[in-house]
Design a protein around this ligand. Sequence first.
Ligand code: APR
Ligand code: PHB
Length: 390
Amino acid sequence: MKVQVAIVGAGPSGLLLGALLHKAGVDAVILEAKTPEYVLGRIRAGVLEQVSVDLLDTVGVGERMHREGLVHGGFELCFGGARHRIDMKRLTGGKQVMVYGQTEVTRDLMDARLAAGLTTIYEAADVSLHDFDGPTPRVRYRKDGATHEIECDFIAGCDGFHGVSRASVPAGAIRNFERVYPFGWLGVLSDTPPLAHELIYSNHERGFALCSMRSMTRSRHYVQCSLDDKVEQWSDDAFWDELRRRLDPAAAESLVTGPSIEKSIAPLRSFVAEPMRFGRLFLAGDAAHIVPPTGAKGLNLAASDVSYLGSAITEYYQERSSAGIDGYSQRCLRRIWRAERFSWWFTNLMHKFPETGEFGQKMQAAELDYLVNSVAASTTMAENYVGLPL
Ligand code: APR
Ligand code: PHB
C-alpha cells in the first residue's frame, strides 16, 4: 500500500490528525494496535479548551459536543473548609471551557471517519517504523497472519506514551525530561448528579480531591491515593467517605453517592521528549509528552500538536514548502512547556506531598489565599486554565 501519511495510533491525536488531513485532501491511513471497543473503553479527562472545541468544529464533528457538552465559565477551589470561585469568563474577557468526555470526542471522530469511508486498520500487530531518516519511510505490521507494508511520505507517531514511535528513535537523537509524582489519582465514574454546576478542586490535609462530571446525571470524582493502593482495596463506600472528608461541609452534605461504573488508579507524571521530529517521523500527543491531569491539559495539547502537524503537512503538499515541517517541533514545544509548567504548578499547589511536611502545607495555604484574593493571580490561573492561544 502507498499513502501520503501513515498515522500510528487511533486515539484522539491520530483520529483528529486523520480528520484534518482528510479535510485538506491529504491521503492518510491509521494503524491501531487495539480494537475500537478497547480504545473507547479508556476513561480520561473531559475539559476542552476553546482551541480544541474550534478544531473539532473545523473538522465537522462538533455537533453532539455542542448539544451534550456543558459550557463552564468558572471552577471552584476548595481549601480551609470553604470554596472560592475562579470566574474564568470574567477574568479572561469571555473565554470558557467545554466539559465533554474524551471518550465522546474519540467516538465522534471515529464515527465521522467511518462515515467518510476512511481507512483505519484496527488490531494491527507488531507495527514497526523504517527508513524515516530518508525520503521513503515504511511502516510494517501484521494482521490476520500476514505481514503488510505501507510506503509513505510521512509517519505521524500518535501512539501514546507506550507506543512504538518514540521508541523507534535512536537513543542519541532524543532527550527525555521527566518528573514522577509520589502519588496517584483514584477515579470513580458514577451515574449520580454532579455535586455542583462547576468543577471543584480541593486541597485538604488528607490529600487532593476533584469533583468533575460527564453530564447532569453522570459524575467523575477523584481522590489522591498512594501508589501502593490497589483498586480492589477501595470499596465504593470507602471512596465516597474519603471524598466527603476532603470537601467543605456544605459540599460534603450535598454529595449524592451511588455505585461506581468504573474505578481506576492512575499515576501522575510530567514528561516531555525533545525534539518531536526525526526526518520524516513526527511525534504528537501522549507519544511526546504527558502532563499530570490537574488542569486537564492532556487532550488539549494533543489537539494543538496535530493542528500544527496538519497545517505543516498540508503546506508541504499545497505550497511545496517545508517551513511548517521544519518548525513543527519548536512550535509545539513552546506551547507544551507552558502547559507542563501550569499542570506541574497546579499539581504542586493542590496535593499532599509527604516530603514537604507542615512547611509545605503552609506555603500551599498562603499561595491559595493569594490566588483567590488577588485579581492578578486569579487572572493568571484563569488564563492558563482556559488555554493559552495557539
Ligand atoms: N501500534 C499501533 N497503535 C498503537 C501502538 C502500536 N505499537 N501503541 C499504542 N497504540 C495506540 C493505542 O492503543 C492508543 O489507541 O495508540 C493510541 C494512542 O492513544 P492515546 O494514548 O489516547 O494518546 P493520544 O491520542 O495522544 O491522546 C492523548 O490521551 O492520555 C490522554 O491525557 C491524554 O487526553 C490526552 C490524550
Ligand atoms: C475529568 O473530568 O475527568 C477531569 C476534569 C478536570 C481535570 C481532570 C480530570 O483537571
